[in-house]
Write a protein that binds this ligand. Sequence first.
Ligand code: LLP
Length: 438
Amino acid sequence: MESKLLNILPMNSEINSDGHLIVGGCDLVELSEKHGTPLYVYDESTIRSMAELFTKEFTERYSNSRILYASKAYMNPSIAKLSIEHGLGIDIVSGGELAVAASVDFPADDIFFHGNNKSHSEVYEAIDYGVGQFVADSFYEIDMINELASNSNKVQKIMLRLSPGIDGHTHKKTTTGILDTKFGFSIETGDARKAIEYVLTCENLDLTGIHFHLGSPIFEMEPYDLAIRGVIEFLNPLIKNGFNMRDFSPGGGFAVGYTYEKSPPEIGEYAETIVKALTESCEEFDIPSPRLLVEPGRSIVARAGIAIYKVGAIKEIPGLRKYISVDGGMGDNIRPALYDSQYEVIVANKLNEKHTEEVRVVGKYCETGDILASSADLPVCDSGDLIVLPASGAYGMSMSSNYNLNPRPAVVMVSDGKSKVIRRRETYTDLMRCDEFE
Ligand code: LLP
């Protein structure tokens, strides 16, 4: 198989003699016959390898590092269990993500609760579960956590999310480190300093550290470097004044390979940049080295997951283009419609055939913008062929909807030639589960 394709498919993917794509030892043609389409397939060994790679690249350079999986990329009890097995903590942003973590007895200490507007009941549930840390995003939330911790006679560990005023040069809908963002306490406006000083006066809060997240995906090193150095410089007088910073997190946002043209940096390159910036700035200001918390989401699961669709209608507009319609689309992957995200497209049952046509791959939803790939070079496709979008494991299923009342796809985990359903396909009954009718 061509290396450019191998780089974006789950690790150890192969093509068999019939031209079928094999992932985790399973033939995707057989999997789609068995489980139907659209289908999401996750390769367990790729998730495990990415978890190990992150741990290795960071702890080798900075032993006091901890990797937290940003579960919004894709959360499911099976994925949460893999995180536990690999010693990853977890970043959650809702009561729902907490409930899934709790369903597999995720160690409470290893849970970090993020989000810009946690509700009263979410904070209550999290304190009750004993979550290790909240990452507070507003004065409103600081007061709420302090009050609820006090009601439970607890001193709750929290970190504060800052907005460092650094542009991560990513899509405007996923950039979060600039001044004009809903996330975090701005250093520039003075809120960050006020928030730190304020939390230090709250009796039921223990301020353990500082967090920021610049956005995602970030292909450059410089934003991490600038932000870490800038934040440590800002923190220096506060630390000298008694703030005991034990944790420091530059968030996640590490890029992955979606297309042949744009390769992501190595994880080691991110680790090198982050560790160097942190170590050097702590040395410069003579600050004790904190624990380093890193929060990859996309980069743990994106490559592991692929989406399989079946081709249905094919429409040719002479002299203009050919539309290939598949049985999923924006309901299971909103990313192209929302961010103009690009994906490669392959035909899982025709991998030995030459690519002779340029087509547009569209979904089945009643929206013109329901385009999965606006221009894809493919072999001649027939109805019934299997279209695969590699690198679909992050933010596809997790942002999925029931638009047009389509049931969400099944999700299968493959490993060593075996497959198991980790989420069954939704049924029409599921679609009406919450509706009240006589
Ligand atoms: N930490 C925090 C505080 C975050 O908000 C996020 C992502 C992450 C870590 C993980 O970022 P990652 O390593 O996955 O890039 N729906 C968008 C991405 C939104 C990310 C939201 N926050 C997409 O499909 O590209």
